[in-house]
Design a protein around this ligand. Structure first.
Ligand SMILES: [Mg+2]
Length: 119
């Protein structure tokens, strides 16, 4: 089963993604609400995929992608962006993120992005 780590500072957003994933056969192995927690959980749990919010307190998603990719160059991270965050999405892709999904989440798009990066 594909293991996913969900990262977002908004509990509601984490719940939405978790619901989509669990209904479609993915295993959510953890949730983090900032970049620091995300990096620590990644190292501990070694998920197959990470869904990563961009704007978060303490450490944002772009910095977290950099740290995760420094730890594991094969890490697969999908950014979760809001409208108007194109330049931050580009920074994240340059830092090693594989794809991005835009809020509000559409289940089909979330699943497509995850299936594509897992291969
Ligand atoms: Mg946020």
């Amino acid at each position: 089963m594909t293991k996913v780590l969900i990262v977002d500072d908004a509990a509601f957003m984490r719940m939405m993604i978790k619901d989509i994933l669990q209904k479609n056969g993915f295993e959510v192995i953890g949730e983090a609400s900032n970049g620091i927690e995300a990096v620590n959980l990644y190292k501990k749990e070694r998920p197959d995929v990470v869904t990563m919010d961009i704007t978060m307190p303490d450490m944002d998603g772009i910095e977290a992608v950099k740290e995760i990719r420094a730890f594991d160059p094969s890490a697969k991270v999908i950014m979760c962006s809001a409208m108007g965050q194109q330049s931050m999405v580009m920074d994240a892709i340059k830092s090693g993120a594989k794809d991005f999904i835009v809020k509000p989440f559409q289940a089909d798009r979330v699943l497509e992005a995850i299936r594509k990066v897992v291969g």
